[in-house]
Design a binder for this molecule. Sequence first.
Ligand SMILES: Nc1ccccc1C(=O)C[C@H](N)C(=O)O
Length: 306
Amino acid sequence: MAGPRECGKGEAPWKKMSKEELETQYLPSRWVLRLGAEEALRTYSQMGDDATKTARATTRSLLDVPYGDGEGDKLDIYFPKDASGALPFFTFIHGGYWQSGSKDTLAFMVDPLTAQGVAVVILAYDIAPKGTLDHMVDQVTRGIASVQRRYPCNEGIYLCGHSAGAHLAAMMLLANWTEHGVTPNLRGFFLVSGLYDLEPIVHTPLNAPLLMTPEDAQRNSPQRRLEVAPKQPVDAAYPILVIVGQHDAPEFHRQSREFYQTLLQGGWKASFEELHDVDHFEIIWKLTQKDYVLTQIILKTIFQKY
Ligand SMILES: Nc1ccccc1C(=O)C[C@H](N)C(=O)O
């Protein structure tokens, strides 16, 4: 349902919330239905850990490939079994509010995607307090540029981010690739349960390790930046899927819907999906399963090239 904010008028609903309500809205584990908050987080970690261990044991990979000189400038690449010739590269940016998570434990989708001929890149970035938002955005930009440099004949680079990772992926719509000396062959974005306007987070305890000022939040908010950006260049007509879980918090729904609408208004090829009966964590850990609706959406997007 379109709220007043989506028409560019009125006050953002979060500004009327109490401190407690705002914090609850931005704590995804409070909204899980099937499990308690802690158990949902535990399941998510366990699924990620198991999937990453299995991927490393069974899939040909290059681990800890540097994409820059920084200690944290690393990515892992997992290859399909019978890889010959050019490959599509699915690049994953993990979530965890820019302050938790690791490429070493969140490689959910390696098995079902490599089984279908897709190379999977899991990108690391320096989480807070080591990294600032600006630094993380720069790292992801350099990481993607390095995938293009290493595999110039790729069949497309597809970016997928979850939660805070969807924010970092969305920031790539604003990247200045000329500065990086290479234009990645971007062919699609999967923005899963993401955050696109960081201003509300400044007013929650989640900001303690991030130390974002309102200016940092503004500069790093794709929602704010794209609202005033020039229209999307015509040669970049790749699909951008904005995806949210049915059991994500109302603020996550609002953020996704408003970002989707801003993309449409900017002339981007955006679509919106609400995935039935999944929460903030299931939405991504279920990518361990080949029959999961999002696994199928990703494979269709890559192979039908729409
Ligand atoms: N968004 C995430 C994505 C991945 C892993 C954790 C989170 C969290 O937000 C955890 C938070 N401490 C919570 O209680 O919901």
